[in-house]
Design a protein around this ligand. Structure first.
Ligand SMILES: [Zn+2]
Ligand SMILES: [Zn+2]
Length: 189
């Protein structure tokens, strides 16, 4: 169990802990493995939060192949009732910063977000051995009742390293950054 706490993003882990034990067992057992056809358990699993579903990624206890199970979360356990109304920013940063565009050259409406996304990419690049930062000094640009949220963002690198997910536990603002390996970061703000 300690192992689980080390590898699962805190948001997903909190939700997992709120699930009734029976439901957790259901999600981990009686998995119909497509590779070996056996009814198996999911071992060495990790958890990911996919919008309103929980994804359990692990290995089939019978054949060892990687498996992925999407578990719909009970309505009362979904972290934030307004989550579905919350926009999820899907950003290809290659379009954002062509050839190292300075942030001040961007449209004024995009500067605040661009500065946050540049900081996230910088954080991930500077820490190549890590994949989860549960408290960063990168500040959320979300608004709660028109006041800037200002809480610390959570950042996680996807397993295939293709995208960087970011999330604010306070206001629910969230998104994914793509193309982050290929950009030249803005040199100046
Ligand atoms: Zn199997
Ligand atoms: Zn926020």
């Amino acid at each position: 169990m300690k192992d689980l706490f080390d590898r699962v993003p805190p948001v997903a882990l909190n939700i997992w802990k709120k699930l009734p034990t029976g439901l957790r067992e259901k999600y981990l057992n009686n998995y119909e493995c497509a590779a070996c056809g056996k009814s198996s358990a999911i071992e060495n699993f990790n958890l990911e939060l996919w919008d309103k579903d929980l994804a359990v990624r692990g290995h089939c206890s019978s054949c060892g192949k990687e498996v992925l199970r999407i578990c719909a979360l009970p309505e009362h356990i979904i972290p934030r009732p307004n989550l579905k109304l919350m926009r999820s920013w899907q950003t290809d940063v290659r379009h954002m910063f062509p050839a190292g565009t300075p942030i001040k050259a961007l449209h004024p409406k995009m500067r605040e977000k661009a500065a946050v996304w540049a900081a996230i990419v910088r954080l991930v690049r500077e820490n190549p051995t890590e994949d989860l930062w549960d408290s960063t000094d990168i500040v959320c640009f979300g608004r709660i009742e028109r006041i800037r949220c200002g809480h610390s963002l959570l950042v996680m690198l996807s397993e295939d390293k293709e995208s960087i997910g970011w999330w604010c536990e306070t206001c629910g603002e969230n998104g994914d950054l793509y193309g982050w390996q290929e950009i030249t970061l803005p040199i100046s703000l």
